[in-house]
Write a protein that binds this ligand. Sequence first.
Ligand SMILES: [Zn+2]
Ligand SMILES: [Zn+2]
Length: 145
Amino acid sequence: MAGFVEDEDELRSFRGECLCGGVRYVLHGTPRKLRLCHCHQCRSGTGAAFNVSVPVEEDAVSFEARDTIREFESSPGKFRAFCGTCGAAVYSRRTSRPGNLRLRGGLIRDLPRAEDLRHIFWKDRWPWIDTIDDAPKSPAEEPAA
Ligand SMILES: [Zn+2]
Ligand SMILES: [Zn+2]
């Protein structure tokens, strides 16, 4: 049965889209790995508490729209791509690892949890990040006071 599940995973595809729709892609296959990166660069580059990074092979991504993509070289050989219209972080890539992209998970609406899920740069996390599960949860916006 394991083989069956694997085949199903390979048949699945996921749509990614930035906030303005200027970047759109289809990711073919279920991501095997997710990395939650707590480094300061990822926070600054995404505006989020941590970056949900989805390492994939470039071949698995079919871009339907990508004209608005801009790239910023955040450290030598490391490029962070974002949408030049809405500012969404789209992926990062390293020249030392051609053919690999690290997609930014927030663009993928129904991103499933991968078996291989790991926090990285945990030492750089906001010290209170481990307590966020305890915070009250509003179904949508915060109720009016
Ligand atoms: Zn956009
Ligand atoms: Zn990072």
